[in-house]
Ligand binder design. Structure first.
Ligand code: UT7
Length: 323
């Protein structure tokens, strides 16, 4: 018998304010046409003044609990992936813990930028498989609008705010790829690339800072590293591409998503795409896409889902699961 971390609930939340590409045309030398054709993004959501990452995460968490038919105290842990926590400390995860009325267990943040949700899923899986927790809520939540340089057209048109949450539960499996739940994980980072995607401020430099990105460089690494990590995770459980029902990629750029699918030998009919509506929401993008994918009727119980992401660090990775 093998313990598997199986998804039993999910939900997402997007701030009310929707910002179409055309809104940037007034203040920047850019166009809806450029943004669409280079990134696939058509609109994004921005959090309201005073609305924080833990506020978005709490809404997604409440929806995930409702969809699972669980109470907050049925959870043993919350693992929250973010690079834009409300405060330096405490963690956004403990804020969500309190906001949903969870008075037991433990909660902590994971910071791996756009790969954060994949890293958080890997952590939650390890907690469940090692018997330290039976039910773990994994959240990706971000307010990247707070770290945008609104004068930098090469970055500020690309990002958005949002949150998504899944609940993983320990269930018995037989130990092969027919099991439901997380089947394999592959994590990587390489700090020598820290300068191609970073925020130029932080606690120990007394500033908040703004996101800086050498887009072309990141793009160059993305397709190759995402295809490699997804392939490695699939190989770990002897899974071939014709057994994959859905790729749920980090939603940064439609051209990266298409290039990665092509390298994996999968048509776009097998890819959940939300980048047009959400922009790049960093650690929130995969749980948002999972939740929207289920709502659209794309992802169904029993489907094999491959998630993959890359971001600042560089940090990248993949999680394969059977829904
Ligand atoms: O989530 C973390 C991972 N992040 C990513 O995966 C992002 C990876 N990178 C990308 O998605 C793409 O590189 C971008 C969308 C950021 C840029 O697309 P690109 O095709 O690589 O364009 P580029 O950076 O080479 O820029 C092409 C031109 C430049 O002008 P010149 O030098 O050719 O005259 C830019 O100055 O487009 C210009 N440009 C813009 N023009 C209009 C850059 N941003 C804009 C803009 N509007 N917003």
């Amino acid at each position: 018998m093998t313990t598997r971390a199986v998804v039993v609930g999910l939900g997402h939340y997007l701030p009310e304010r929707v910002v179409p590409n055309s809104e940037f045309e007034a203040s920047l030398d850019t166009s809806d046409q450029w943004i669409r054709s280079r990134s696939g993004i058509e609109r994004r959501h921005f959090a309201a003044e005073g609305e924080t990452t833990s506020d978005l995460a709490t809404q997604a968490a409440k929806k995930a609990l409702r969809s699972a038919g669980l109470e907050a105290n049925d959870l043993d842990a919350i693992v929250l992936a973010t690079s834009t926590a409300d405060l330096t400390f405490p963690s956004a995860a403990t804020m969500v813990q309190s906001a949903i009325g969870m008075t037991r267990g433990f909660a902590f943040d994971v910071q791996a930028v756009c790969a954060g949700f994949v890293y958080a899923m890997a952590n939650a899986n390890a907690l469940i498989v090692s018997g330290q927790a039976k039910r773990v809520m994994v959240i990706g939540a971000e307010t990247f609008s707070r770290i945008m340089d609104w004068t930098d057209r090469s970055t500020c048109v690309l990002f958005g705010d949002g949150a998504g949450a899944v609940i993983l539960e320990a269930q018995d499996g037989v130990g092969d790829k027919t099991d439901r739940g997380i089947l394999s994980v592959d994590l990587n980072s390489d700090g020598q690339y820290r300068d191609i995607l970073y925020v130029d401020g932080g606690v120990s430099t007394h500033t908040t800072g703004y996101l800086r990105m050498q887009g072309k460089e990141v793009f160059r690494h993305a397709v190759e590293k995402l295809a490699k990590t997804a392939t490695t995770a699939m190989e770990k459980i002897d899974l071939s591409n014709d057994e994959v029902d859905w790729i749920v990629p980090h939603q940064a750029n439609i051209r990266i998503i298409q290039g990665t699918a092509k390298k994996l030998g999968l048509s776009m009919d097998h890819v959940v795409v939300t980048v047009q509506d959400h922009g790049n929401t960093s650690a929130a993008s995969i749980p948002l896409a999972l939740s929207v994918g289920v709502e659209r009727g794309q992802i169904k119980t029993g489907d094999v889902v491959v998630t993959e992401a890359i971001g600042g660090g560089l940090a990248w990775g993949a999680v394969v699961l059977r829904w």
